[in-house]
Every structure is written in structure tokens, then in C-alpha cells.
Design a protein around this ligand. Structure first.
Ligand code: BGC
Length: 527
């Protein structure tokens, strides 16, 4: 019997470190805070944690701007805390995935400081992407080297004091590395080993498709920034990097893995990253991008499974992350019926957990947290806010610290009397983990029950699924002994055959109410 590697059907919980739990009272979450909550995560029933970057960073982009890849930012703790965390995570029977950010560093990284101090054409500059500008319309005026936009708004180039421009696909504080320079490659291979030696079980690779840019640096000329045949992402050279990384991961025991954050515009392109000698998984954002619609859910799930099928890799599913509007709020639109997003989020969880492959949860979704839409302007920290001249609010609304206990800010996130780095809503008393833990009708209780059910059935579920006939507003599918029914409409529909095991709102006899999900033990008649 071959054992299934742990990540193939794992439920991974994304910890946004800055907002998870603050042990030292500086208003920001930290590694010790995570350690103190491992019992909560084990009891929730997840298999692994993914930590967003906790490395030394000025936090121009919440830590995705790394100044030292081999150390912990003092705000988040120390390397010793990290080692203690790894040991405790494992002692709780959980795995640990850390984020690695290879596309760009912080502008405070010693290499970039060195590059700025060195002349154009120097080896120090060749670790990043420096280019001369282009003549502008008027004499003496200069334009950036090409028309590439930053993902956060504005141009992807910033001019330095000596006139050269450097590339940053994200904020100007995040200069892109030049992956054609062998020094960059070997540096990252050493960084991988550094964290593997400390016991991590895997990596989430940030901007995994972005490392190589088309050597011509041609203009986009109206093409989509992310297009696979465009000049910015998914250049073929990137695959060689992941082949080398895979060999490193394979040198270590214990099923170490890597999952790439790969945004592509086609399934064929996605599959390339999953060749047997490359990455183990890629994020598939299809469910996250779909609206509340049975047809859309069925279509995107079919396409997502089809995309990975030829590779033998398992699909991955996500409803929320630190980069997107929380799905409780997303599912409220466009109807705006009070409570509808919450009901739909509960129902969607059952689909997420019933699909084959692994599920990535985002901290706070188990508490049913909504997006915080009314953060004061002066509190906003996401670079998107300023880079779009305050046109787009950015991602702070899904990064508000977690409410653990109590009836007012900081709700047990920080020690009493401390102001968390983002203000927390006044009406979160009933949403705290403490309040929900003792309420059997809470979202937290529901998540625990659903995760326990998935775990109980995991060994009996085949890798594929069979779509069952359903009314137009519903999705029904079966995986061996498990049937999932999701009714995205407003009116009740008849349940498929089977014995209900868990439902997101009470059933009416054999009717599944609108905006409800149900898992059933498949009866023989459903075959
Ligand atoms: C991360 C973002 C980050 C960006 C730049 C992403 O894909 O998930 O949070 O801002 O990469 O590093």
C-alpha cells in the first residue's frame, strides 16, 4: 500500500502572522502568539499551518518585502521562537508551511542598498533589474523603460538618483530580483535549506510565476499583465528553478512540499508547474473568483480538476485569503440580504471540504468574520491604498486581527489596554473564538464538525468525483460514500439520496433549503 503524502488532501490553515495573536503587547501578532493557540488549531481539526512572512521586514507590504530571509523580524519574535514553534507544531500533530518570497526583496535588503550605492552596470546592480529610461515627450523628460504597471497601481519602475530605473512589479519598496543572475539562484537555494534544516514541512512560493521576465522587456501594449504569453509572467525559464528546488526538497526526509502562487490564464500553463519534477501543488483560485452560482461552481470545479488531472497532482481549493475580500462579505453581494453571506459561507464550506484535493482556509473564516469595510483612512496600511491614490481600499479589511475573547478591542488578540495595529470592530463580541466555542450553533462549532467529518471519511473517499443530476440552482456530487449537495438558489430543492450527516441550516424533511449545503452518507440507490 502506498501512503498518500500528507499534503494531497490536507486542510491547511493560513495564519496571517501579524493579525493572529499578539503575545508581547506590541499590537501585532507574533510567533509566541501562534504557539499559544496551537491547541485551538488542533481542536479545529486542520492538518497544517501556512505562515505568511515573518522575516525581517519594514512591512511596506505586510512582510512580503523581506530585508533578511534568514531571520525573524523582532516584532514577530526570534529564531529561537521559530524553532520552538516548529517543535510545538509537530508535537500537536500539525505540519508547517512557510512563505518564501523570491520575486522581490525589500528595498532595505543589503543587496539592494549595495545596488543603489554602486554604479550602473556593476555586479551589485545585476542582482536586480535596472534599466535606462526612455526619452519623454518634451526635451529633458524621461519615461520608464517600458509600459509595465505595478500590480498595486502606478508604473512598475522607479527612477533612482543617478537616472537608472529599477523594476518592481509590486510596491516601489519591493525591487524585483534578476533571476538570470546565478548568485540569486544560489542564494535562494541556501535560503530553502536554511528553513528546511529548521524543520519546515513546506513552502508557499509567492509570485511563483514572476521570477523571469521576457529578456526583451517589450511593452505590454494593452495585453493583460498576467497573460501567459505576455512578457511578465510564466516565462519558460522559471521551470528550471523549480526543478532545482524540487531536488532540494527531495533530499530531505518527511514529504517536504512546495505550493506555488501561480496566476495564469490557462490550465495548460498551470499544469507545467506540476510536472513530476517540479512543484507539488499550485493554488487554484477558481472557487474564490466564482460568484454564488451553482453553474459557476460546477464549471470552475470541473475545469480546475481537469487542469491538474494530467499531472497526477491533487487540486487545491480556496475561498478566502489575506489578498481577497472575505467570502462572508463577497457572498452578500449583490443581494445584501442581512445574514445571507454568513449562511452561504457555511454552505460553501461543505462543498470545499467534500471536493477532492486539499483545502486552504484563511484565519478567521472559522469565526465567520466579515470583511471590515469601514476602517478609517488613516489606519489603512496596504500599499494599494496610496498607490491607487486612495481609489482602491486594498486588503486591510481582511487582515483585521482575530477576536479571541472578551467584549471589546483588543478582544484577547493583544493584552488588555493595547491597541492592535488595525482597529477592530465594536460589534465583534459575539464573534470571538471564546464566545463561539461554547455555542453549538456557531460557525466555529460548524467548522469543527465539518473538519472532523472530513477526517473521519478521508480514507474512504476516491480521488475523483461524479456529478449527479440536480435542479439548475443546485450542485450535487458524489465521492464514494459521501454525497455533497449545495443549493445556491432561494427555493428548497429535493435532496439527493443518502442519509444527511451535516447540514448548514436545518432541512425540511427531504428538502434542502435555499443557500444551504448538506453532506450525506451516500445510499446504495445513489450509485
Ligand atoms: C501575496 C501578496 C503580496 C504580493 C507581493 C502576493 O501574491 O500574497 O500579499 O502583496 O504577492 O509579494
Amino acid at each position: 500500500m502506498t501512503l498518500t503524502p500528507w499534503w494531497r488532501d490536507a486542510v491547511v490553515y493560513e495564519v496571517y502572522v501579524r493579525s493572529f495573536a499578539d503575545s508581547d503587547g506590541n499590537g501585532e501578532g507574533d510567533l509566541q502568539g501562534i504557539r499559544s493557540r496551537l491547541g485551538y488549531l488542533r481542536d479545529l481539526g486542520v492538518d497544517a499551518l501556512w505562515l505568511t512572512p515573518f522575516y525581517t521586514s519594514p512591512l511596506a507590504d505586510g512582510g512580503y518585502d523581506v530585508a533578511d530571509y534568514r531571520d525573524v523580524d523582532p516584532r514577530f519574535g526570534t529564531l529561537r521562537d521559530f524553532d520552538a514553534l516548529v517543535a510545538d507544531v509537530h508535537a500537536h500533530g500539525l505540519r508547517l508551511i512557510v512563505d518564501i518570497v523570491p520575486n522581490h526583496s525589500s528595498d532595505r535588503h543589503p543587496w539592494f542598498r549595495e545596488a543603489l550605492a554602486a554604479p550602473p552596470g556593476s555586479p551589485a546592480r545585476s542582482r536586480y533589474i535596472f534599466r535606462p529610461g526612455k526619452p519623454g515627450e518634451r526635451p529633458g523628460e524621461e519615461r520608464p523603460p517600458n509600459d509595465w504597471p505595478s500590480a498595486f497601481g502606478g508604473p512598475a519602475w522607479t527612477r533612482t538618483d543617478d537616472g537608472e530605473w529599477y523594476l518592481h512589479l509590486y510596491a516601489r519598496e519591493q525591487p524585483d530580483f534578476n533571476w538570470r543572475n546565478p548568485e540569486v539562484r544560489s542564494e535562494f537555494e541556501e535560503i530553502l535549506r536554511f528553513w528546511l534544516d529548521r524543520g519546515v514541512d513546506g513552502f508557499r512560493i509567492d509570485v511563483a510565476a514572476g521570477l523571469f521576465k521576457d529578456a526583451s522587456f517589450r511593452d505590454l501594449g494593452g495585453q493583460d499583465r498576467r497573460a501567459s504569453d505576455g512578457p511578465i509572467y510564466s516565462r519558460p525559464e522559471v521551470h528550471d528553478v523549480y526543478r532545482r528546488w524540487r531536488r532540494i526538497l527531495d533530499e530531505y526526509d518527511g514529504d517536504r512540499m512546495a505550493i506555488g502562487e501561480v496566476w495564469t490564464d490557462g490550465p495548460e500553463d498551470l499544469a507545467l508547474y506540476l510536472r513530476p519534477d517540479e512543484l507539488h501543488q499550485v493554488f487554484q483560485f477558481d472557487l474564490q473568483l466564482a460568484s454564488w452560482s451553482a453553474t459557476q461552481f460546477r464549471d470552475v470545479a470541473t475545469a480546475a480538476m481537469k487542469a491538474v488531472a494530467p499531472t497526477g497532482a491533487a487540486p487545491t481549493w480556496v475561498l478566502s485569503s489575506h489578498d481577497s475580500i472575505r467570502h462572508v462579505t463577497r457572498y452578500e453581494r449583490p443581494e445584501s440580504v442581512p445574514g445571507i453571506g454568513y449562511a452561504r459561507a457555511k454552505a460553501a464550506l461543505l462543498m470545499l471540504l467534500a471536493l477532492p484535493g486539499s483545502a486552504y482556509l484563511y484565519q478567521g473564516e472559522e469565526l465567520g468574520l466579515p470583511e471590515v469595510l469601514d476602517l478609517p483612512d488613516e489606519a489603512r496600511q496596504d500599499p494599494i491604498w496610496e498607490r491607487t491614490n486612495r481609489r482602491l481600499a486594498g486588503r486591510d479589511g481582511c487582515r483585521v486581527p482575530l477576536p479571541w475573547a472578551g467584549t471589546a478591542e483588543p478582544y484577547g488578540f493583544s493584552p488588555d489596554g493595547v491597541r492592535p495595529w488595525l482597529p477592530m470592530p465594536r460589534d465583534w463580541a459575539s464573534r470571538t473564538a471564546e464566545a463561539q466555542a461554547s455555542d453549538p450553533s456557531s460557525m466555529l462549532a460548524f467548522y469543527r464538525e465539518a473538519l472532523a467529518l472530513r477526517r473521519r471519511m478521508a480514507n474512504d473517499l476516491p480521488d475523483d468525483l461524479e456529478w449527479l443530476d440536480s435542479p439548475e440552482t443546485a450542485v450535487f456530487f458524489r465521492r464514494g460514500p459521501l454525497t455533497c449537495a449545495l443549493n445556491c438558489g432561494e427555493n428548497p430543492v429535493r435532496l439527493p439520496p443518502g442519509t444527511p450527516l451535516l447540514t448548514s441550516t436545518p432541512l425540511y424533511g427531504d428538502l434542502l433549503p435555499g443557500n444551504t449545503g448538506c453532506l450525506l452518507e451516500s445510499g446504495p440507490t445513489a450509485a
